[in-house]
Design a protein around this ligand. Structure first.
Ligand code: ING
Length: 317
């Protein structure tokens, strides 16, 4: 029996340092209205959707850094987005920088939330795979300081029943999409659709890599993980040149078969939509990736026991 959910990826173009959070919310509300008018029930916004990708900037003053964070969600600037979503009965995914206190300690996370069509937050995720570096690299044209500005996420990879309990929804953020463990943990919880946002620089500051290959790796990761877990994946970029620093677009809606159902063509605010048939994942999960039938965890122990690769010692003296 086919179960349909019309979904949208609401790609954002650049947000510059000088742009306000309110202006970003205004742009997202315009796309949510357009999505709702086209019958979409779920909209996926990018990672860190309220501000410029600030981990590209070296900052040492904590008050300056904390200006990019939200101490509550909904925050004053995002409340209009939650209210519009409730009015239009549209659920959404939103990525933002979370400032919170846990066990008496201030914590900072790269976070995303899922909100239901009633505008209430269903679930929260905190980014586990933080890329980049901690210390300033003076020779680099820009920094990538997620390991400096964020704590490692402490909520794990979960799924939630949404849309009248009918859809098993998961979420993750950006670099997480490159790690098969991210999706397999959600796959083992029966995930049928995963929402994720990303901000990915066009240029690699660590080694020489042609820009087209970075988009290839993005698509390869999302398509492979969709197929290998029989799940829909909606991956939404914040793209374009932010204060001159490029990030690629290529927002996509990928089917459980691994095929691309819709892809953004620009590096600006762009809405892509697809009427997802959730039953498409069933044949994949009941056959080729029938986990219960085919997986052999007794041979996978290294995946949870070992962090880095350890090649065998050389045999020649
Ligand atoms: N951005 C990038 C991403 O994972 C990156 C960082 C780019 C890592 C290319 C490795 C290769 O898409 C974020 N924000 O994680």
């Amino acid at each position: 029996m086919s179960r349909h959910l019309k979904v949208a990826a609401a790609q954002l173009g650049p947000i510059h340092l000088a742009d306000s959070k309110a202006s970003a919310v205004k742009r997202m509300m315009a796309m949510l209205r357009e999505a709702a008018a086209s019958g979409c029930k779920f909209v996926v916004f990018p990672e860190l959707a309220l501000t410029t990708f600030f981990p590209r900037w070296w900052m040492t003053d904590q008050a300056e850094i904390d200006r990019f964070f939200e101490a509550q969600m909904p925050s004053p600037e995002t409340l209009p987005l939650f209210e519009l979503a409730r009015e239009k009965k549209v659920g959404f995914y939103l990525g933002y920088a979370e400032l919170t206190e846990e066990e008496g300690k201030v914590r900072r996370f790269n976070t995303s939330i899922l909100a239901g069509p009633d505008g209430r937050i269903v679930g929260k995720y905190r980014k586990v795979h933080l890329p980049g570096h901690v210390d300033h690299i003076p020779t680099a044209p820009f920094q990538h300081l997620e390991k400096r500005y964020f704590d490692v996420g402490n909520l794990g990879f979960n799924v939630w029943r949404m849309f009248d309990e009918d859809v098993v929804m998961g979420q993750c953020i950006c670099n997480d999409r490159r790690w098969p463990e991210t999706f397999r943990v959600m796959g083992l919880q029966g995930v049928e659709m995963v929402a994720l946002g990303y901000n990915t620089p066009t240029d690699n500051i660590y080694f020489q890599e042609p820009p087209y290959r970075r988009v290839f790796h993005h698509l390869l990761s999302v398509q492979a993980n969709a197929y290998q877990n029989g799940t829909w994946i909606i991956a939404t970029a914040k793209a374009g040149k932010e204060d001159g620093f490029g990030m690629y677009g290529a927002s996509v809606i990928v089917a459980p078969t691994g095929e691309i159902a819709a892809q953004a063509m620009s590096e600006d605010d762009e809405l892509i939509m697809f009427d997802a048939d959730l039953s498409m994942g069933e044949s994949i999960r009941q056959n080729v990736f029938n986990f219960a039938k085919h997986r052999r965890p007794e041979h996978y122990k290294l995946i949870t026991e070992r962090v880095g690769a350890e090649p065998p010692p050389p045999t020649r003296k």
